[in-house]
Design a protein around this ligand. Sequence first.
Ligand code: BES
Ligand code: MN
Ligand code: ZN
Length: 503
Amino acid sequence: MPAHTFHISVKDALSLKKATKNKSLPTIVVFADDQGQILGNLGDAEYLSRAADLIKQSHFKGGMGDSVTDYAIHAKDFPVVTVVGIGKLDKLADNIAKAAQAVYTAIKNTPAAAILWGDTICQIHFTQFVTALIGAGYRFEHHKAKPKDADLLEEVIIISNKDAQDDYDNALTFAKATAAGMTTARDVANEAPNLLNPSELAQKAKQLAKDYEDTISVSVLGEKDMQKLGMGCFLAVSQGSDAEGKLAVIEYYGKSSKSGKKSKLERPFALVGKGLTFDSGGISLKPAAGMEEMKFDMGGAASILGTVRAVAEAGLEIDLVAVLACAENMPSARASRPGDVVTAMNGTTVEILNTDAEGRLVLCDALCYVQEHYDARVIIDTATLTGACVIALGSVRSGMYSNDEDTLFALEAASEYTGDLVWHMPLDETYNEQLNSKVADVQNIGGREAGSVTAACFLKRFIKEGQAWAHLDIAGTAWKSGSTASASGRPVALLTQYLRSQA
Ligand code: BES
Ligand code: MN
Ligand code: ZN
């Protein structure tokens, strides 16, 4: 298994008392802020006073992520007490994932731990905390002969106030579903590009339908099907590769039923993901340095796959259609050239001026397909679309574009709730004019300026009047770049919370 998994539950302080009386004494985790103040008062005087002594004796400052542990080596019946610093209390909302990381580091090599949560740290933070805590155990090592030793952690109990148990239980269920979706997204995105081609990516969708056979069905279109549908932009990208392009269409029946009378999705939410299993740039070949990171260019599709998993796992009562545009962008004698003119499914002609601006080409046909076949409430696409977005926003926030106020507002709320952050970007007509082609209806690149914006403007040209739509440019957020490059699982938490808020 790629990820280290452990059992996690919410209990009240009384259960902690019972658990610590048993033979297996857990590590008790207590939070303290930068004033050395212990957060939450769960009334168990013994641990709290030990934690207070520990803070004093060790001159613990409570900086974010710092920790100090009392092993009580000679006191036989004492559990280990670890104090984890969360820094400034009023900055906690921005740091909750970091706090979870620190807790994981502090407890990963103990078999069981109880975290004194208390009421100082609210429930919104709780969902984010649990998602990040589970994510902290993530590994991708199945290609190694000798993976690192597994962490010891098996059991985590989060101690909350008794009167809020139900709320916390619901939050826990949702957080676990979200974490499962993120793990799926990361596993798929981290896979090597020779081991995950477009067909194999589409196969992951098929697997999802097997795992959730009551609520999910999947169909996969190949290049012949797409030819019939007139998806000339998609095919212009996939034609240069020996690996066939695929369009995976996933239907989730959370409101109407899959096999019953109403086996048709009712005004579904629609998700579309860019799934370039490798982006070499094509004839407009990318430079060699860092090109290996273009295996993550299917991060959009991976995040959509993960979101569907999370939604199914949480059992959200919505109807949902998700389309993965799976292709590989390669140079070859059959590859598209700069200067080629191709026709999208909706009849729009596109002049390809740079074969490396391929994401928008596979997406425009996927967007046409969704609008042709579904009466979608809203369409949200995710794509590692532009290097320009990485320059603009770095790896902190995804770029968010939309033609619909309600969708913007709801996505922004989900962004704050989950810490899976977005930033609202513009779609002014003046940017869009950069895409006017001399020979076709539109060209696939703007200019040097505002590259993330013009890419979004390109997609918008394929959205019908009155169709609510949002686009997330996740080029900077889908994976952590550099020597230990690894998929982040974003924006699964954002999308899952958004859908939950709309259910
Ligand atoms: N997949 C890339 C975008 C990308 C680059 C994501 C770096 C993450 C890191 C995309 O297909 C691409 O190549 N975009 C071009 C567009 C340009 C040719 C207009 C880019 O950003 O350079
Ligand atoms: Mn490209
Ligand atoms: Zn790309």
